[in-house]
Design a protein around this ligand. Structure first.
Ligand code: 6R9
Length: 635
């Protein structure tokens, strides 16, 4: 039996039991058989969640790009590694073979080295979904530099905060980006942020749109001429398994984003193994994940997981609605995509449109569908299943997080029977627990609680960059010796998990994690605002949308309300990005607070969801009278 490819439910349970009883043996066998190590580990696992400290494959040496590139050259050098589909359907797709990709990564790595980037240095990548994004990620990994990709929809201020937090010396960007009918000036955004990032000495600029941009002498360099001078061989830096591979920021419940740090060895093993099984990957497949590499889904399941398996991975530059609502299906048909992995928000948006957009295309190549990023509602699941999967392609509803590095709870297609809205069973090696509010684990089935993980898995984040205490406080302090996910979940009669949503101050809008605190900080900086509170409310397409309750200062009281609302959203777009804009803004005289001064978001959430029949006991509030007033004027 090959442990690397799970064939039926019995085998799943067998492997699962082994992974729980003998985790070290289990992961050692996977690591041994399927990867290229320069030196073997001394120890498989060392861990202590009370610190927390976790190390997998300690003492081992490797370079992840040798696993993603070099070792494929002899057997699949001419196979397409990255299939790039541009924003404009009239522009030709690019088939980048493993040999091409290897050379382009080596060239880029040599450029980085020529600009003084060394092992351990942080490099910020702010690029659209073009091949250079994947190439620059791999180029960093080639020379042991730590990449920090920032989603190219973030504003200049959000970018600056991320550049400074991990002290990047270099930024890689492009002249611009295409998003549907729009063109965005990425270089201009970088220029703005660098006014506040004094540590950055080099900017590498990829040409994409050809728009005119300002180039600062001595600091900014076009990529193309540098590549021309660079060799297409680059000796990989040999890394310790526990050396950081990358930092990726995620929202937290305070204003500052958390730079999650991922390791080299464990991350590689887990993302490759989950990719192979959860997408039942076979050599001839064309796999497409529609995420952006600016998010963890793109890191693990566009770049590292697929390439470590020698797969063909589609990279799509555009949006699902351009030039029309059939774009996804047009691309699936054109490239004969076999696995299609997207977010519920995209499914809901497309499900609202005519089925003609779907029926125009031959989707018979599709074997497996996936979703990620937020809970999928039953209606969207059924639409996806009926119209895209034609009732024959299993849907893998994959639950995981930036912090977990790889998929944690998911069906295995053709193995685990699926049920709409259920992420079903834990993946091999993943040990979930549901906890009650008193910190006790809830046993048995038909129960609901806070979702924790009680044993380490290879791809878990090791720390928050520069703030290990925050790592402990956020994830390991709520429940003793357990990793707390921030999500609530239920376990049904057959032991399937259903994720019910966040139980903390993170709101998931269109699959993007947004912390309430950074948005409130942005609003409060408006000169007319004295205080604000943000909550989520259900939205047909986005899953959740944002509702802001805003208290004005005296200076704001006489101002035009509609203008103020526009300015507030503008303020948010500048601080964070357009994704964090509010759908509704209500000006209020006060916010419901506890006697210790904490805003009662629970009440505001109910008001925003138009569910005010049962607000619970509000008599303990400092100011119960404002609740009445807020309800009266609610939108
Ligand atoms: C991979 C990713 C993590 C949060 C997570 C949860 C939500 C992700 C989900 C899901 C229900 C799923 N989430 N997948 N909720 N079902 N299949 O999305 O990482 O951006 O860090 O978000 O997303 O709330 O805690 P990230």
């Amino acid at each position: 039996m090959s442990n690397y490819s799970i064939k039926n439910l019995e085998e799943y349970f067998q492997l699962y039991r082994k992974s729980v009883r003998e985790p070290e043996n289990f992961w050692e066998e996977i690591a041994e058989e399927h990867f290229l190590w320069r030196k073997r580990w001394d120890r498989v696992l060392r861990w202590d969640f009370s610190k927390p400290e976790v190390a997998w494959f300690e003492g081992a040496k490797l370079n992840i790009t040798e696993n993603c590139l070099d070792r494929h050259l002899a057997i699949r050098g001419n196979k397409t590694a990255i299939l790039f589909e541009p924003n404009d359907p009239k522009e030709a797709a690019q088939h980048i073979t493993y040999t091409d990709l290897y050379k382009r990564v080596c060239r880029f790595a040599n450029v980085l080295q020529s600009k003084g980037v060394k092992k351990g240095d942080r490099v910020c990548i702010y690029l659209p979904m073009i091949p250079e994004l994947a190439i620059s990620v791999l180029a960093c990994a080639r020379i042991g530099a730590i990449h920090s990709v920032v989603f190219a929809g973030f504003s200049s201020q959000a970018l600056a905060a991320r550049i400074n937090d991990c002290d990047c010396r270099m930024v890689i960007t492009s002249d611009g980006s295409y998003r549907g009918a729009k063109t965005l000036d990425l270089k201009g955004i970088v220029d703005q942020s660098l006014e506040n990032c004094k540590g950055v000495s080099t900017v590498i600029v990829v040409k994409r749109t050809g728009e005119k941009v300002e180039m600062t002498k001595g600091r900014d360099h076009w990529l193309e001429p540098l590549l021309e001078e660079a060799s297409d061989e680059c000796i990989p830096e040999i890394m310790d398994a526990e050396d950081p591979l990358f930092i990726l920021y995620t929202s937290g419940s305070t204003g500052k984003p958390k730079g999650m740090v991922h390791s080299s060895g464990g991350y590689m093993v887990f993302t490759a193994y989950t990719f192979k099984n959860i997408f039942r990957y076979r050599e001839e497949d064309i796999y497409w994940c529609t995420a952006d590499i600016g998010w963890i889904t793109g890191h693990s399941y566009i770049v590292y997981g697929p390439l470590a398996n020698g797969a063909t991975t589609v990279m799509f530059e555009g949006v699902p609605t351009y030039p029309d609502h059939g774009r996804f299906w047009e691309v699936v048909a054109k490239h004969k995509v076999t696995q299609f992995y997207t977010a519920p928000t995209a499914i809901r948006a497309l499900a609202k449109e005519s089925l003609d957009y779907v029926d125009k295309y031959d989707l018979s190549s599709v074997k497996i569908l996936g979703t990620v990023g937020e809970p999928i509602n039953e209606e969207a699941w059924n639409w996806y299943n009926n119209n895209i999967g034609k009732n024959r392609s299993p849907i893998v509803d994959t639950w995981w997080q930036t912090e977990t590095g790889g998929i944690m709870i998911s069906p295995i297609p053709f193995v685990t029977p699926t049920t709409p809205t259920y992420a079903t069973l834990p993946f091999i090696g993943v040990q979930p627990a549901l906890m009650d509010e008193n910190g006790n684990e809830i046993d048995g089935n038909q129960v609901e609680g806070r979702l924790c993980i009680k044993f380490p898995w290879p791809s878990m984040a090791r720390t928050i960059w520069g703030d290990h205490k925050r790592y402990y406080d956020t994830y390991f302090s709520a429940f003793k010796n357990k990793y707390f996910t921030g999500d609530g979940a239920m376990r049904n009669a057959v032991g399937y998990y259903r994720i019910t949503g966040r139980v903390d101050d993170v709101i998931i809008v269109s699959g993007h994690n947004l912390g309430t605190a950074p948005i409130e900080d942005a609003i409060n900086e408006h000169p007319a605002v004295s205080e604000s509170a943000i909550v989520g409310f259900p939205h047909e397409v986005k899953g959740n949308a944002l509702y802001g309750f805003v208290i004005l200062k005296e200076v704001g009281e006489t101002r035009d309300r509609e203008n103020l609302k526009k300015e507030i959203n503008q303020q948010i777009a500048e601080h964070i990005g357009p994704i964090a804009k509010l759908d509704k803004i209500q000006f209020v005289p006060g916010l419901p607070k506890t006697r210790s001064g904490k805003i009662m978001r629970r009440i505001l959430r109910k008001i925003a969801s138009k569910d005010t029949s049962n607000l619970g006991d509000i008599s303990t509030l400092l100011n119960p009278e404002v609740v009445e007033e807020i309800i009266r004027n609610a939108q």
